[in-house]
Ligand binder design. Structure first.
Ligand code: FPP
Length: 251
């Protein structure tokens, strides 16, 4: 698609409903690199360019929250050189994107077992979270050392502490307030790249009513156009939240 057509495509989409919160499982970096005879880290590096382009596009079309699955709690078991390379890439990303994040009113947020992150990531992460805390245009959440089951366990333990005598009868909103995503809007859309049809321990509670889109494109090639195509697919879906189409028409 020519740049001009892409501009028009984006403008048209902005007339329709834009998902408030999008989560992305950025899969396929390793396979993309291996298919080109490159080291897996070259795929992650190219993937960080997709992160920049998708974040920019999301911010421009009015997405309120973007959550990226950058490193799962299971990813710690990958070969040590890949883990170290990913940590270094994250550090580089945080340093390189600092100005862009601050200039565009983006709040940087992180969820997961952040205590496990090495200081070389933790320091710039904490610094940028603090520096961007007052920003309101969009919240960019990096899921780092993140696992959905771990998040649920953490919330359940907090709930158990609150209700030791068994007197508390928790509501759904009480429980949600204990999740790491407590200050984010409900997830409207989950995108997974690179052809796998799995959730892989990502936002398990939060996806209850999310639309799921799986695309074949590997993450390093998932850029503005691919992202906008996912928004178009989202706009073509009818979200019923357990109701009937007729009920929705009457509402
Ligand atoms: C999955 O691809 C991707 C990851 C485990 C890491 C995602 C990281 C990035 C996109 C770059 C750094 C992140 C930021 C926020 C700058 P895979 O390696 O599992 O791919 P494969 O299934 O093809 O092996």
């Amino acid at each position: 698609m020519e740049t001009e057509d892409l501009e028009r495509f984006e403008l048209n989409l902005r007339e329709g409903p834009i998902p408030r919160h999008i989560g992305i499982i950025m899969d396929g970096n390793g396979r993309w690199a291996e298919a080109r005879g490159l080291p897996r880290l070259a795929g992650h590096r190219e993937g960080s360019n997709s992160v920049r382009e998708v974040t920019r596009t999301a911010r421009r079309i009015g997405v309120r929250a973007l959550t990226l699955y950058a490193f799962s709690s299971q990813n710690w078991f990958r070969p040590p050189n890949e883990v170290a390379g990913l940590m270094d890439l994250l550090r580089e990303y945080l340093e390189r994107e600092r100005a862009e994040i601050l200039d565009n009113g983006i709040r940087l947020n992180a969820i997961g077992g952040l205590n496990r992150l090495p200081a070389l990531v933790r320091r710039p992460l904490d610094e940028l979270r603090a520096a961007s805390a007052g920003n309101r245009e969009m919240v960019l959440t990096l899921a780092l050392s993140y696992g959905g089951r771990e998040e649920l366990l953490h919330a359940a333990a907090a709930l158990a502490r609150q209700s030791k005598d068994g007197a508390v009868k928790p509501s759904l909103s009480d429980f949600e307030a204990l999740l790491w995503t407590h200050d984010l809007p409900a997830v409207d859309l989950i995108i997974r790249t690179s052809g796998e049809h799995r959730i892989s321990n990502f936002l398990l509670w939060q996806i209850a009513y999310a639309e799921l889109i799986f695309v074949e494109t590997p993450w390093p090639e998932f850029r503005r156009r691919s992202f906008l195509e996912c928004i178009r697919s989202y706009q073509q879906r009818e979200r019923r939240f357990g109701l009937t189409s007729a009920q929705l028409r009457q509402a």
